[in-house]
Structure formats: C-alpha cells, structure tokens
Design a protein around this ligand. Sequence first.
Ligand SMILES: *Cc1c(COP(=O)(O)O)cnc(C)c1O
Length: 367
Amino acid sequence: MEKIYVTRTSMPEFEEYIDAIKPLWESHWLTNMGMYHQQLEQELKEYLGVSGISLMVNGHLALELAIQSFGFPKGGEVITTPFTFISTTHAIVRNGLKPVFCDVKADGTIDEAKIETLITKDTVAIVPVHVYGNICDVETIDKIAKRNNLKVIYDAAHAFGIKYKGLGIGSYGDASIFSFHATKVFNTIEGGAVTFNDAEVYERLYNLKNFGIRGEETVVSVGANAKMNEFSAIMGLCNLKNIEAAIESRRIAYECYVEGIRKINKVSIISNDTADNRNYAYLPVLFSGEELRNRVYDLLKEQGVYSRKYFYPLTSDQECYGGQNNNSDISVARSLSSRVLVLPLYEGLQIETVKRILDIINALVVE
Ligand SMILES: *Cc1c(COP(=O)(O)O)cnc(C)c1O
C-alpha cells in the first residue's frame, strides 16, 4: 500500500538541479555568501515583498539569531503562544529569555486582546506565529508594541509568500523569520531567512551568522555560524522558479478538501481570511472532540495515511518545559490542540487521494 505522508518535498527536475550546481565544480566556492546566496537573497526579497532579508542555515537559527540581534537583557519576558512548533519556544529560551504564553484565537493565531494583560516591567518582546499561514492581527500587535516599547519578531515559518495590504507579511513587526525546510511550501533542503525593514538588522545578523568576522584579522562581535551554503541556495533558486505551480497544485487539493469537509459534520477547517492571498501550506482540520480526532488519526494510519497532530501537545506542556510557565489561561490553545489534525497537503497530491482521505473521515464521523 502506498504510504501518504502529511507532506512531500517539492523538488526541481534532477537534470535542472545538476545543471545548476555544475558551476560550483569550477568555482570551488561552496559557501560563505557566494554568488548564489546573493542571488537568492535578491530574488526572495522581491518574491516575499520585503525591503531586507538575510538567508540562514535553517528557520530555527533564523529565529534564534533574529531574537538575539535585538540584545534583550537576560531574563526578559517574551509574550508568545504555545500553539506552535517547538522551535518557537526553544528560540526564546535559548536566548536566556522567559516565554510567557498567551492564548490564541479560533484561527490559531495569538489573541491580541489578551497580550496587554501579560505585559510586566520585564517584558521585552512579542513573538507571535502566523500559524498554518493564517496571519496574526499585525496592526493591533504593532499598536500594542509601540505603546509598550516592545519589539515584535514574527515566526512566519508557515507564511511564505503571503501578503497583507499589498505588503509582504515579512514587512510587519521588527523582524520575521521564514523556514525553507524540506517540509515547507518553499525549500532550500534546509534553510531559512530573517526579513526586516531596518538595514542595521542586516549588519547585526551578518555578524551573528558568520562569527562576527569582518576582515581577515577582524572579529567585531561574538557570533555563531548560520550561513546558507551554495547547494541550498541553488535548490532555492530552482524551487522558486516553480513556486507558482507548486502553490497552484496545493490550491487544487485544498479546494477539494474544503468542498468535502463542508459536507461532513463535526469537522471544520482552521483558517482566516485576513491576508491578501493563501499559500496552502497546511490543511488543519478541527474535530468536535479529542476522541474523534484520535480515532480518525488512528484509522488513517491503518490505511497508510500519516496525518499529524500539529500542534499537540502544546509547547508549554512538553517535558522540557515541565508546565512551569503555564500560569496564564491558554484554554483556547488547549482546546484546538486536543482536536486538531493536519491532513496531507503537498504539490502533486492526487485528488483521488484527497477523496479517499475524506471518505475515511466521513465513514468514522457518521458511524
Ligand atoms: C519549521 C518551523 C520552524 C523551524 O524551521 P526549521 O527550518 O525547521 O529550523 C520554526 N517555527 C515554525 C512554526 C515552523 O513550522
């Protein structure tokens, strides 16, 4: 039986990639901000509709270094959400900062109405997540941040190519991060980027991603190594050529799911219509209860369909955080987490497969 996973990596034709990497055998220049790194930065700046971008080795380090670039005092508090991939919370904690968990709304994004109740004298930043590509209320968050003198760093790992009021989603806040991991809408095998408006952020990130080296004998600051290499940059250039077709293929499968799910009781899709466009990154469905969600997950698995409980458990409930940070009310996040299931969605997913998945769910729900 063919196994269907929740995602499948978009790849260029083999020959296309091989042709594209050939020049590396002449130049012997495989990393260190080579010409393909620079070219991908330019092309992504345009595609993402942002004024500044810095490519990184992955999305996680993009977030860690983006946070680090603002030089927050250790022990500072960061308002974020627990309904996300563990990377978001880790990036805060690994910067020596304390995550303060804010509840989310029905679309999975941070509940901006609850942010201010969590602000204390120690709060330094807000790290919201455009979860599943559903964008946050960036305008209200901006007002809250200005009023309270806080930085906003968006985890936009799911929001590749999304625009809001004509601007790239990565233009909002003080910085945003994207992930180009193999499982995402757009990939560079592993990779990521930080986007920002302030050109100075570029300089600080450059130092953080390349050991603070500014000359043969000059190190200006303490830095890590988080550069994207040329093989990854070329993978990105190839995949970017095909991005419209990849998203269109996802859209067709997504619409088929939408139509099917509309007819099934006790199941709905988690989404909002805030952004100018969608990238069809994920197909998150919400069941009426946890038991039904778990039964659907198990039955799909028995039939070779590997859905994922994104995001369950909440990051705040993971063993490494021991529930210790859980003082605020995160009941909506908890409710979503217990009932959500992300179904397979990727470029090239067959409509027959979508229908088969819908049939399996339907059979269980009406049972
Ligand atoms: C994928 C992802 C990341 C991490 O990106 P990597 O490229 O895998 O390091 C961070 N946050 C969210 C929400 C993600 O989905």
